[in-house]
Design a protein around this ligand. Structure first.
Ligand code: NAP
Ligand code: MG
Length: 475
């Protein structure tokens, strides 16, 4: 089995206590690599290295930092094949999905480095400034924050690592990254690219290990200026508390239960595809998935028929095979959670139209596969419509008019994503503007751009990442 080490102060090292863990391929259910497991001493060393490195890195000009980051991006591109296979095996991404991450990551690094070097307003004069008693120049000086901790989830490990690293580094901060225990590998491959590109030691550190114990150090350490988590709302609450003692800055990208609204004038095939993509992409393990599909009663029957048919055409199988549309869910725990929610939904009186069961894939019987599942007869108050399931399960809910659709969409503790399908852009936008949620796609779903900020309303998060808004939160 391959073995991966921690990355601290520019070196790949074993954990000080020698601890290791196995990482599992969810498609086979079998371990395929061992990984050094960071403990408290390793986390402390990573923070100390990041603190030392901050002095030099933060004093470089943004253009000099960009030179380093462009090299880093080139090395990430060269890792494309390894990163694709690693993400697919470790996190269960289909090969069609996993192939994007090295490309997205290298583009993100280049885009943020360029923006920070050439467009970001590091200094800004205050116009009309001057107090008549003591006139003088008033201006804003934007400066790097310091050591930033990035804690990432298992659903998009590589992309999330880039989304934390690229803006933080471009803005002159240093970083300690903690990948999810289920999916540690691609963050360590990214560290390989950083080392090969000569990113100064300590600027990037990667410490895989258990969130519970490492979190206590990373989120309370006085030398850490900011913690950025992407993860569950539950862990977000915990991190907010831990960060409060030393009043750290926090960005939290948390859970969701987003509504995808299909209006009566939607293009039928387009909307059906949008609902299927919006729900089942990466087996539904996407924070902003449109897991509540709200459908106008005028087109409900035809829509549901077509959505069922389209869903049943999806090929579930081993994620590295090119014909596979849906791979496994990430691990046995998640599989049990998904099935638990399906049983809850049935008890609550909802009806399974398709799916609703584990799948045994020939030759991959130990893998964690679940059939894409559609529930109807769902009331928005049911647990399956209120709680994040994080698997291939969608609730289809009927509405009578646009107002009711908006009311159902907003009846949630979350507000992360959402969609509106309509042939009229004006009508779709009118509905979208009333949705209390971070991002709304119109006649589309799941599309991200480096320059478009992303963040949640309500219990979906604090602050936003990406775009210039994101850069401003880490200076
Ligand atoms: P999670 O359980 O919250 O874990 C996220 C990360 O936090 C992992 O690295 C985890 O480490 C770590 N962690 C756990 N307990 C911690 C603690 N007490 N202190 C500090 N860190 C701790 O989430 P997940 O199950 O990996 O991911 C799924 C969740 O992420 C879903 O709720 C999803 O909606 C959310 N998500 C949100 C976004 C967004 O942008 N809003 C994007 C993707 C996913 P371990 O792995 O070692 O437990
Ligand atoms: Mg794994």
């Amino acid at each position: 089995m391959d073995h991966y080490k921690l990355f601290i102060d520019g070196q790949f090292v074993e954990a000080e206590q020698g601890a290791q863990f196995e990482t599992i391929d969810p498609g086979t259910g079998l371990p395929f690599a061992t990984v050094a497991q960071a403990g408290s001493a390793d986390a402390e060393r990573a923070i100390a290295a990041a603190k030392r490195a901050f002095g030099g890195w933060s004093r470089l000009t943004p253009i000099a930092r960009a030179d380093f980051i462009y090299d880093f991006a080139d090395h990430v591109s060269q890792l494309s094949l390894r990163m694709t296979v690693a993400e697919s095996m470790d996190a269960g991404h289909t090969i069609r999905l996993a192939k994007w991450w090295a490309w997205c990551g290298s583009q993100m690094l280049r885009n943020y480095a360029y923006t920070a070097a050439h467009e970001f307003p590091w200094e800004e004069d205050i116009l009309y400034s001057g107090n008549p008693i003591s006139p003088g120049r008033e201006f804003i000086l934007r400066e790097p924050l310091g050591v930033c901790v990035g804690i990432i989830p298992w659903n998009f490990p590589a992309w999330m690592a880039f989304a934390k690293l690229a803006p933080a580094l471009a803005m002159g901060n240093t970083m300690v990254l903690k990948p999810a225990t289920a999916t540690p590998i691609t963050a360590l491959l990214i560290a390989e690219a950083a080392q090969a590109a000569g990113i100064p030691p300590g600027v990037i550190n990667v410490v895989p290990g258990p969130g519970g114990s490492l979190g206590k150090i990373l989120c309370t350490h006085p030398d850490v200026a900011k913690v950025a988590l992407t993860g569950s709302t539950e862990v977000g609450r915990e991190i907010m508390k831990m960060a409060s003692d030393t009043v750290k800055k926090v960005t939290l990208e948390l859970g969701g239960k987003s509504a995808n609204i299909i209006l009566d004038d939607a293009d039928m095939d387009y909307a059906v595809n949008g609902a299927v993509l919006g729900t089942f992409n990466h087996q539904g393990q996407v924070c902003e998935s449109g897991t509540r599909v709200l459908v106008s009663s005028k087109i409900y029957d035809e829509f549901l028929d077509k959505m069922k048919k389209r869903t049943e055409e999806l090929r579930v199988g081993y994620q590295l095979l090119p014909q596979t549309h849906l791979g496994p869910v990430v691990n046995a725990t998640q599989l049990a959670t998904v099935d638990g929610y399906v049983q809850t939904g049935k008890k609550e009186g909802a009806e399974v139209v398709t799916g609703g069961k584990r799948l045994a894939i020939p030759e991959y019987e130990k893998g964690f596969y679940y059939a894409p599942t559609i529930f109807t007869h769902v009331k928005n108050s049911m647990r399956i419509a209120q709680e994040e399931i994080f698997g291939p399960v969608v609730c289809v809910i009927k509405f009578d008019d646009d107002e009711e659709a908006v009311a159902i969409a907003n009846d949630s503790i979350y507000g992360l994503g959402g969609g509106v399908f309509s042939k009229s852009n004006a009508r779709a936008e009118r509905v979208a503007r009333q949705m209390r949620t971070g991002t709304v796609w119109i006649n589309n779903y799941h599309i991200f751009g480096d320059y478009c900020p992303f963040g949640g309303y309500k219990q979906s998060g604090v602050g936003s990442e990406l775009g210039v808004t994101g850069l401003r939160s880490i200076r």
